[in-house]
Design a protein around this ligand. Structure first.
Ligand SMILES: [Zn+2]
Length: 309
């Protein structure tokens, strides 16, 4: 029992109500004050240039998958009759937008039961603590990204030293593990490289025409300002290459990703608005992105090796 619950226990003995005993396992890591301050903090120039907090009108991508993110960073809501699953929290400052986007589509943040994360960078994990507070949802994350999520900071890469409210991880998942809710089953695929615990999720989804599709929530395989030579962590280069090989063997025809440019968000949404119900269905998109990223990775590795000589 922690001190806070011990004190609450004394209060309870004196007849004061407290939910501490039941909630002891579910204490948040970030206080309300920390979350509130982060949500109100001015945006970092990096966040402004990436359009990470620029509003975007929410919409249904396909079936029960909805886009509730910003223009430059994604958040996906998967709705089911038994509650919802939310992938990624963008920035702390994005939390009110995400909650508003969910509401605009006719859903309620309080019905979100699980929070998932592509990877533990501030632009995808910064809002998770605030979203956990608003929903009471269980945070599901990989073992390798868990320490970053629970520290609210990462020691390398482009978002190094950009702290965010730490998020309590309630369930650790590994490769092939699933999260099931209301008939929807998401499968975790470990795709390390961009972070050590970078997690790609897949989900079967039915299109408007009744056809079955496979959605893939791509973690990210971009180098994006990270040091790959020398490696930011041991085994980084091998991990990237194994991830490219793994994704090359995967089949999915609805590619979704943490940033708009990786899955042509604006162009596909424009086509959808023009009447193409299958604007996000593209069996070649994953392969195309994967080869482009693999080529960019090898190019950047060569460049960094050259610069080091
Ligand atoms: Zn990232």
């Amino acid at each position: 029992m922690n001190l806070r619950c011990y004190v609450a226990g004394l209060a309870l003995a004196m007849g004061v109500q407290s939910g501490c005993a039941a909630k002891e396992q579910r204490q948040p890591l970030a206080s309300d004050a920390v979350i509130d301050a982060a949500e109100r903090a001015p945006l970092d120039p990096f966040a402004v240039s990436g359009r990470w907090n620029k509003p975007f009108v929410p919409f249904t991508v396909i079936g029960n998958i909805h886009y509730v993110g910003t223009e430059g960073a994604s958040a996906f809501l998967i709705t089911t009759p038994e509650g919802h699953i939310l992938i990624d929290g963008i920035l702390a400052q994005s939390v009110p937008q995400i909650i508003g986007n969910i509401r605009a589509l006719g859903f309620d943040i309080r019905d979100v039961k699980f929070l998932l994360n592509s990877h533990a960078h501030i632009d995808h994990a910064g809002g998770l603590a605030g979203l956990q507070r608003a929903s009471g949802a269980r945070m599901v994350a990989s073992a390798a990204d868990r320490p970053t999520l629970e520290a609210g900071a990462i020691g390398f890469g482009p978002t190094k030293d950009m702290a965010f409210p730490p998020i309590r991880v309630d369930r650790v998942i590994g490769d092939g593990d699933t999260v099931t809710l209301g008939g929807a089953t998401l499968t975790a695929h470990m795709t390390p490289g961009h972070t050590q615990g970078c997690t790609t999720w897949s989900l079967p989804v039915r299109g408007a025409d009744g056809a079955q599709h496979t959605a893939l929530f791509h973690c990210s395989t971009t180098v994006a300002g990270q040091s790959v030579h020398p490696e930011s962590w041991p085994g980084m280069v091998a991990a990237y290459r194994a991830t490219f090989a793994k994704l090359r063997a995967m089949k999915a025809d609805v590619l979704l990703a943490p940033h708009d440019n990786f899955f042509d968000l604006e162009a596909r949404r424009a086509r959808q608005l023009a009447g193409d119900a299958n604007a996000f269905v593209d069996p070649h998109a994953l392969g195309r992105l994967n080869e482009e990223m693999a080529k960019a990775f090898e190019g950047e590795l060569g460049r960094q090796k050259g610069a080091a000589n």
